[in-house]
Unconditional design. Structure first.
Length: 277
């Protein structure tokens, strides 16, 4: 008999409680649905939410009971509102350690952990307008509602912010360099129909049906063998691993270096009626 027992990774009921302020979970036959929320309603984006996402991906990835991931959010938006006090607490703070932890480390890990720690097929159901769709576009399969708008508005802010937190990287990857650069520098937008035509998303589905459609696809994936599911995901995610390793850290560091050089804070009055900022 071995000297040591296997380390007990967190099980669903444990991390359901740990992350209850940010996510709701549903799992059936290995399919894990993660729904983002704030107080049971639409997400209010915050540095606390940054941190929760970064940690969540690792926990999900380590739980071998998870075989397919569905990521969605609380209707009628994807991520469309902000916890302004959360941003003020950090951006007005003289604490350099705190700023580094949330602006550099967590910003990196939201994306890096999603791509590197989750080794099962991923399906994103973008249930409405919103920001931080990079995780959805990096998913193996991406669905969106007809009202979704693809836009990265960082550069449109008064001082101009570098589009470096992952959305700009996605624009270059899924649209090509020229079109992606144009979208970043003009803060241009594309509707759901254009996204489908250009291959940014795989299907456009009505809001009432989108999560059900994600489950339909997930159940079909689950009919295949475990090795086929997981190894096919390795192939699907390989291009994202490559571009993250090559470019992502310079994207994030460029954004945050510029942000702090200009002593910037998020301009929520400017963002209020915009998509993709």
């Amino acid at each position: 008999m071995a000297v040591n027992q296997y380390y007990a990774v967190p099980e669903l009921e444990e991390y359901r409680e740990r992350f209850k302020d940010f996510f709701q979970f549903k799992r059936e036959n290995g399919i894990l649905e993660v729904k983002m929320h704030t107080n049971g309603g639409p997400v209010k984006w915050s540095y606390q939410f940054h941190h929760a996402l970064a940690e969540l991906w690792t926990v999900i990835g380590h739980d071998k009971e998870n075989e397919v991931l569905i990521l969605t959010s609380t209707d009628p938006y994807w991520i469309y509102e902000w916890d302004t006090e959360s941003f003020k607490e950090v951006e007005q703070s003289p604490d350099d350690d705190k700023r580094y932890d949330v602006q550099i480390y967590d910003t990196l890990k939201i994306v890096e952990n999603f791509v590197n720690d989750i080794e099962i097929p991923t399906i994103a159901a973008i249930n409405g307008r919103g920001i931080h769709w990079e995780m959805a576009l990096m998913s193996d399969i991406t669905l969106c509602t007809p009202d979704f708008i693809l836009r990265d508005g960082h550069f449109s802010m008064d001082s101009g912010h570098v589009p470096g937190d992952g959305m700009g990287l996605c624009l270059q990857q899924v649209l090509g360099i020229k079109r992606g650069n144009y979208m970043m520098l003009t803060s241009g937008s594309m509707d759901a129909g254009e996204c489908l035509e250009l291959g940014v998303v795989n299907e456009v589905v009505e809001r009432d049906d989108i999560v059900g459609r994600a489950w339909e696809i997930a159940r079909d994936i689950m009919k295949k063998s475990r090795s086929a599911r997981r190894m096919t995901h390795y192939i699907c995610v390989r291009p994202w691993k490559a571009v993250l390793e090559r470019d992502f850290r310079i994207h994030v560091i460029s954004e945050m270096y510029s942000f702090n050089l200009s002593a910037s804070e998020h301009d929520f009055g400017h963002l209020k009626h915009k998509d993709g900022d």
